[in-house]
Every structure is written in structure tokens, then in C-alpha cells.
Design a binder for this molecule. Structure first.
Ligand code: NAD
Length: 288
């Protein structure tokens, strides 16, 4: 491989992949009360199934007027009431709920597993504030495969020179998804940026339209497709003049996210206050 003037060679080194800690649901211990925010939603319903399969006690959930919840689950009028009756709340709702949920869960000292995406900076600040009082696992994607992909993204970002390898992230999701780029795409971009020692905000190109000019050196680009019922597809591409490296993750069933979230709920129960990620739950290393 040729490295031009002023370009340092990549920092090649072994990419060590720690073993994943993937316990089957039957390995979970019972006795923990899980509450589910947004229990009537696509993810909420799946979390019910996985929580029961894992042997958790289901305290119930919140849902909005007009929604039909899964059969037999207890209804809580709001997040504060749910938190008061739960050890951990698993939350797949909408970004507009995050600040209220952060205050209520911190007030009740209830652990939080947060999967909602599309958070603003103010939402994220509220989450950080809550983690002074409660333990939280937050992930834009609870699948073990994506946790591992984020670890690889950081290592590849460090190994592949930004002057030679253009990083692009392509994602596709179902037509109902309301935020773009996906939280997972942004997490992958953040991992590459960390590997390169820069912040994602300083290099992200989140949309292209019209006369955009040439690609800025060191940019991390995003492209979003929406259509059909695609559960979630992400490709991380490093494009050089003479070679491409592409890593793709495809989720075929949302149950993979619910299973990861329930695993995170069992892991976070009883932990010290703090902000944790799926890499902590799975032991895959790296920051988040
Ligand atoms: P959904 O629309 O099927 O369900 C969302 C639920 O949230 C609804 O039942 C609704 O009652 C509730 N909700 C929405 N807005 C609300 C509001 N303003 N106040 C109170 N409740 C409200 O959506 P979904 O597919 O289950 O996804 C939910 C969230 O989880 C989205 O942000 C999505 O991007 C994210 N998601 C994350 C992962 C992950 O692994 N982290 C995986 C899938 C989806």
C-alpha cells in the first residue's frame, strides 16, 4: 500500500474482539420488577415477551389513550407511577418524553434502560443529569452485533487514515421511522470519530443535495433510506482510491433489540448510578 506525502501510515495492530457475554433468557434470575414505558408500541410489546421469558416480574407499563396494550398488563397513569412500582424501567417511546422520564426516574431512584432515539442535545443533557442518581443503560441499538460493530468502527477509525479512507455510513429503515440519520448510524459515526480523535459534530456530513462541492477531507458522511418494513440495516464503508472496506449489519427481527434491552435491565439492576452502554453489558470494551 502507498502512503502519499504528509500521510501517515495506518496504525495497524491486531483488532482484538473480546468474547461476548450472551446469556440465553433462561439464564436470567427472577425477582426483578420491570416496568415498560410505551408498552403498546412495537418495541414495548416485544420487551413484554422477552421480560416474561427471562423470568422478570412485569410491573406493567404506560400507554396513551386509544392504544391497545398487550393482554393482562397493568396500566400506570404516568411514568412516575410506573417508576415507583418498578426496579427498572425499559423505555422505547419517543424523544419528546425523555426529559419528563429522566426527572421521574431519577426522582423515584429507578434504574433506566433507554432505547428511544432522536434525542436533542437538551434531552441528552437531561439523561446525563439523571445518571447522577440512577444507573442507566442507553443504546441506540440493543443488538449484540451492533455493539460489536461499534467496537470495530472505533478500531478501524483509528487504523485507517482519514486522509486516505473516506468513512461513509448508509442506513435503511422502515417507512414509519421518524428520525434520520438513525441513532445507530450516529453511534457508528461517533465511534469512527473517536478512533480518529475528533468529535463527530466537527466532521459529520448528514445530508447532501445540490451543488455540495467536493467531499471535505476527514468527513464522516451519512445517507438514509426509508421504505417498506426494513427492521434496520447499517453499512459502514471506508472508501480509498484503491480499495473499499465495508461492514454491514442487518437486523431481521426487532426481537433482537428487545432481548438486548432485557439483558441490559438484568445487568443494570442494583448497579451504582452512572451512564452505561451495551459494551458494558456485553463486555465488548470501548467507550460509549
Ligand atoms: P412505536 O411508535 O411503535 O411505539 C412508541 C410508543 O411510545 C407508543 O406506543 C406510544 O404510546 C409511546 N409514545 C410515543 N410518543 C409518546 C409521547 N409523546 N408520550 C408518551 N408516550 C409516547 O415505536 P417503536 O418502533 O417501538 O420505537 C420506539 C423508539 O425506540 C423509537 O425512538 C425508535 O427509534 C427506538 N428504537 C430503538 C431501538 C434500539 O435498539 N435502541 C430499536 C428499535 C426502536
Amino acid at each position: 500500500m502507498f502512503f502519499g506525502p504528509g500521510c501517515s501510515p495506518p496504525k495497524w495492530g491486531p483488532i482484538l474482539i473480546p468474547s461476548l457475554c450472551l446469556s440465553p433468557p433462561s439464564a436470567y434470575s427472577g425477582g426483578m420488577r420491570i416496568g415498560i414505558a410505551g408498552i403498546a408500541g412495537r418495541m414495548g410489546r416485544l420487551v413484554v415477551r422477552e421480560a416474561i421469558a427471562g423470568g422478570a416480574l412485569l410491573s406493567g407499563g404506560t400507554w396513551r389513550p386509544g392504544e391497545v396494550p398487550p393482554e393482562g398488563v397493568a396500566h400506570y397513569r404516568d411514568i412516575a407511577a410506573l417508576a415507583a412500582s418498578s426496579d427498572v424501567v425499559v423505555d422505547f417511546t419517543h424523544a419528546s418524553t425523555v426529559q419528563t422520564h429522566a426527572a421521574a426516574l431519577a426522582g423515584a431512584e429507578c434504574a433506566w434502560v433507554l432505547g428511544t432515539t432522536g434525542l436533542t442535545a437538551a434531552d441528552q443533557a437531561a439523561v446525563q443529569q439523571a445518571t447522577r442518581r440512577i444507573p442507566l443503560v442507553q443504546a441506540a441499538n440493543f443488538s449484540p452485533g451492533v455493539a460489536l460493530l461499534c467496537t470495530l468502527a472505533e478500531r478501524l477509525g483509528a487504523a485507517l487514515s482519514a486522509e486516505i479512507y473516506d468513512a461513509e455510513i448508509l442506513e435503511m429503515h422502515h417507512r414509519q421511522k421518524t428520525d434520520a440519520p438513525s441513532g445507530t448510524a450516529l453511534a457508528l459515526g461517533a465511534a469512527v470519530a473517536r478512533g480518529r480523535g475528533v468529535t463527530l459534530d466537527s466532521v459529520a456530513v448528514r445530508a447532501r443535495d445540490g451543488d455540495t462541492g467536493a467531499r471535505p477531507a476527514g468527513a464522516i458522511g451519512f445517507a438514509s433510506l426509508r421504505g417498506g418494513q426494513v427492521v434496520g440495516e447499517h453499512t459502514l464503508l471506508f472508501a480509498a482510491g484503491d480499495e473499499h472496506i465495508a461492514l454491514t449489519h442487518r437486523a431481521f427481527d426487532r426481537a433482537v433489540f428487545a432481548r438486548g434491552a432485557v439483558q441490559a435491565a438484568f445487568w443494570v439492576h442494583g448497579r451504582a448510578p452512572g451512564h452505561y452502554g451495551m459494551d458494558d453489558v456485553l463486555g465488548t470494551g470501548g467507550d460509549h
